[in-house]
Design a protein. Structure first.
Length: 160
């Protein structure tokens, strides 16, 4: 029986990720599609759970290269400080102001980091790296500039 194009692409992705994880501590998966609002684009890690660290996710229209650098900064911070805690603001150890939020919800585990949770179990932790607007304000602050810095808030209720 012939595989559908979607199944072939899924198999290619699985093989690619397995190869990356053989040689690296973790890898990134970028999900950004023209059918998605920029605030819902995301980059997440796969593999940090092996070291008992939370997998990381960053949402929004942040430059992908910068986002991967920010993730690397947070990983270095986690290793230096022996983990991460909900609500932490790593400060100058990360190249832009960020806030870490525990988003280990069923929605995030199944709809955002399924590649990680399928490998390491649904009991893994996931932290969202929430980034500040140019004035240093985070989502939830009444003056936060959501127009310039759109990002999907994954904490709390499951997004619609």
């Amino acid at each position: 029986m012939a595989l559908s194009e979607q199944e072939r692409n899924r198999n290619k992705l699985q093989g690619f990720l397995e190869d990356k994880l053989k040689w690296h501590d973790y890898t990134h998966l970028i999900v950004a599609d023209d059918d998605m609002a920029p605030a819902t684009w995301f980059i997440h890690t796969i593999g940090l759970a092996r070291a008992q660290l939370p997998e990381l996710i960053l949402t929004g229209a942040l430059d992908h290269s910068l986002a991967m650098d920010v993730i690397a900064d947070v990983v270095a911070y986690a290793r230096k400080h022996e983990g991460l805690i909900d609500g932490a603001r790593p400060g100058p150890e990360v190249r832009i102001p960020v806030l870490l939020k525990d988003v280990s919800t069923p929605f995030v585990l199944t709809q955002r980091v399924a590649q990680a949770s399928s490998r390491f179990g649904e009991s893994i932790k996931v932290f969202q790296i929430v980034w500040a607007d140019p004035e240093g304000r985070f989502p939830g602050d009444a003056a936060y500039d959501a127009a310039e810095c759109p990002q999907q808030a994954l904490w709390g209720a499951a997004p619609a």
